[in-house]
Design a protein around this ligand. Structure first.
Ligand code: KG4
Ligand code: ZN
Length: 347
């Protein structure tokens, strides 16, 4: 049988505050993964400023793409398709990546493949782990999203639950800000939690109604703020490490419990985590521990592929490419794009 041809995808991601481009071979092998982070620019505002993000993407997009190609050691001619995140995200930021991708695809006469950002996060797990195959349960926890997803097949998703208010990462960032920590707060809380006592303060665990796979993080966020205010009023010292550890413990309890229940209900044996909060050491340890007890196998990406990057977009695009999914030049940025509600092929 003749060897199947390798597929090289140039992927672009600009949905939030990272300008990223990557070249991925056959959906699993990362030849280059360039990430230009704007975190330092947004730090002083305590969060991402959309206008600044768009301007910085414009400045960085071409050099980042060029660097990704150079690092991969390929010419544009050798690329089989151009993939790009077209939603959800900040509209101005998305448009920069989308325009660059369209321009390249048009000039090079290569197919354009639009990818859902969360599908990218989920697909980060296929990289370096070719044995992972759907179906599985995926806990997607990032700065903008908290979803519990039943991944039925490549590109086929059933959303079992999502957040009713803040995303998990957003809760980490807001709590961190109230403790005077810098943006993004997730890694800071993670670091401090290791030095604190997770039982020092009992924050509420919001499980919602029986059987619900939705999340809610606004209650715990308020509880942390109340605790801080009470300490200030009583002139008591705030033990930042204990607050971080107790907050992280409460949030991860809920994330782990709901994920395990979802896997049991769907009778699946593999649990996968994705998104920036999947980098959290406390979450990883707790999920690993529960999975061992319950007999589930657990996968999560290396740290660099948990937070935003373009390699994950290339991994997702590979499966679309194989199915023959190409998008037309009318593909637009969709800031509130829902997972599973893909724009139909028009090319
Ligand atoms: O996936 P991501 O890079 O961007 C979105 O798609 O939103 O996630 C960023 C989020 C931020 O809220 C950040 O605080 C959080 O992920 N994060 C963490 C950790 N590393 C990043 N949260 C908890 N623990 C971490 N180690
Ligand atoms: Zn993301």
């Amino acid at each position: 049988m003749p060897k199947q041809q390798d597929v090289y995808i140039l992927a672009i991601e600009t949905s939030c505050d990272e300008t990223a481009a990557a070249v991925v071979k056959d959906g699993t092998e990362v030849l280059s993964n360039i990430i230009s982070s704007q975190i330092d620019l947004h730090k002083k505002y305590g969060g991402v400023v959309p206008e600044i993000a768009s301007r910085k993407h414009m400045e960085k997009i071409n050099p980042v793409i060029q660097e990704a190609m150079e690092k991969a050691g390929l010419t544009f001619k050798e690329i089989d398709a151009i993939a790009v995140t077209y939603g959800p995200g900040l509209v101005g930021a998305l448009l920069v990546g989308l325009s660059a991708a369209k321009g390249l695809a048009f000039a090079l006469k290569k197919p354009l493949i639009g990818i859902h950002h969360i599908e990218g996060h989920i697909s980060a797990n296929y990289i370096n782990n070719p044995n992972l195959q759907p179906p599985f349960i995926c806990l997607v926890v990032s700065g903008g999203h908290s979803h519990l997803v039943h991944v039925k097949d490549y590109g086929e998703y059933e959303i079992l639950g999502k957040t009713r208010d803040d995303a998990a990462g957003e809760a980490f960032d807001k709590v961190a800000r109230s403790l005077g920590l810098s943006y993004p707060g997730g890694p800071e809380i993670d670091r401090l939690a290791k030095e604190g006592d997770s039982q020092a303060i009992i924050f509420p665990r919001s499980y919602l109604e029986e059987g619900s796979y939705d999340f809610s993080f606004s209650g715990i966020k308020s509880a942390v703020l109340n605790h801080i205010n009470q300490c200030k009023m009583k002139d008591e010292k705030i033990h930042i490490q204990d607050v971080a550890a107790s907050f992280q413990d409460a949030v991860t309890d809920v994330l782990v419990e709901k994920t395990i229940q979802a896997a049991k209900q769907k009778q699946l044996t593999t649990i996968v985590m994705a998104g920036g909060v999947a980098a959290n050491q406390g979450l990883r340890q707790k999920m690993q521990h529960r999975c061992q007890i319950e007999g589930f196998s657990l996968e999560y990406p290396p740290l660099i592929l948990c937070t935003d990057n373009a390699a994950m977009i290339g991994a997702a695009a590979y499966h679309e490419y194989k199915k023959g999914v190409h998008h037309g030049w009318d593909l637009n940025a969709v800031p509130n794009l829902k997972l599973g509600e893909k724009i139909d092929v028009s090319f």
